[in-house]
Design a protein around this ligand. Sequence first.
Ligand SMILES: NC(=O)c1ccc[n+]([C@@H]2O[C@H](COP(=O)([O-])OP(=O)(O)OC[C@H]3O[C@@H](n4cnc5c(N)ncnc54)[C@H](OP(=O)(O)O)[C@@H]3O)[C@@H](O)[C@H]2O)c1
Length: 211
Amino acid sequence: MKLAIIGSGRIGKSLGGWAAASGYDVVFAARDEGHAREAAAAAGHGASAASAGEAVKDADLVLLAVPYRSVEALLGEIGPRLSGKTVIDPTNALNPEFNDLVFRDTSAAERIAALIPEAKVVKAFNTVFARHFEAREARIGGLSMTVVYAGDDAVAKAQVRDLISTLGFDAIDGGPLRVSRDIEPLGMLNIRLSFHQDLGSNIGFALLRKG
Ligand SMILES: NC(=O)c1ccc[n+]([C@@H]2O[C@H](COP(=O)([O-])OP(=O)(O)OC[C@H]3O[C@@H](n4cnc5c(N)ncnc54)[C@H](OP(=O)(O)O)[C@@H]3O)[C@@H](O)[C@H]2O)c1
């Protein structure tokens, strides 16, 4: 499975490296191609670096690991190449003060889907802090963190579910992409508890259930 990681910062580099070690064929991109090359070298396992346009060309899965404010420009550049592809949106669209979401009556994922209507957008991973990807640890205190994903295409969702599960997270299907309106506030709560309530970033969510 070929995974293009667009954005080689904390999330892109760490999630991509973990996926490469787990058998994905990973290619990294960034604005500065040197950062993508560094991520590829750190990842090993055959990972490579390319421009964003080149990286997505043969990809099955594309992770938009860029700040939400960069998404529109990025999609202006590579949007047409994403037709038919599964695009994972892990963004938290925060205001400049980092204390609220920009959208409350829609979601970043739906805004992204509207920009690339031919792509299959799936919301996932926005509720997991980078430190967990960097540590390659999906569990806290013996419990797997839950990643709720949402999207409108069943095949795309199955691909994302596989990635989430392969990394060891508890993958829960949240429903259609509109449910990102519920998932994104969970990411905001995570950030609020971590940074504004001083719980730190070694936290995460797990859905408890019987059976
Ligand atoms: N950090 C977390 O704990 C966390 C947790 C969950 C979700 N998220 C979300 O994940 C996303 C990435 O966060 P991050 O912490 O990894 O950010 P980051 O460390 O600031 O990295 C952002 C990356 O995006 C790249 N980029 C920006 N604009 C681009 C463009 N037009 N084309 C290609 N690459 C571009 C940057 O390229 P350069 O390297 O060349 O500057 C950089 O590699 C954000 O939307 C964030 O809300 C973050």
